[in-house]
Design a protein around this ligand. Sequence first.
Ligand code: FES
Length: 155
Amino acid sequence: MSNTELLVKELVKQHGKTRNSLMAVLQGVVQEERFLSEDAMIAVARELDLAAADVYGTASFYTFLDTVPRGKNIIRVCKTITCHMKGKDEVLLALENMLKIKVGETTHDKRFTLLTANCLGWCHKGPVMLVNDEIYPELTPQKAIEIIEEYAKHH
Ligand code: FES
């Protein structure tokens, strides 16, 4: 069983196996995984005995709510093993300190949201972050800060 399936099972146990738990379960998944994957939605539908369409409908409404407070610029730091071993924690810490937010949060001025992501396919040049749709490889904490300072000036 995948981690997502286990997470969904756990959330359903916590919130109860009824239609009324749907929102709480979806929120629990987003909190843990930062987004709702198709796999997660299918697992939720199965666990709560609902039609997948029902879950999709609620989820897309919820996703809409969730996307509103996001920043203009979305920073995603790769958290997968190679980038992890090459120092993604230091990069994340430097960005958190600079932006004064934690992973998953958005700055007060709504300009930056800091997230983590699974492997971005640049493992040979980790640690890596994606800012909007631009990839930045071979980061050091200092380099990451300089890149975001540039965005702060121009975006
Ligand atoms: S592990 Fe980070 S890009 Fe692949």
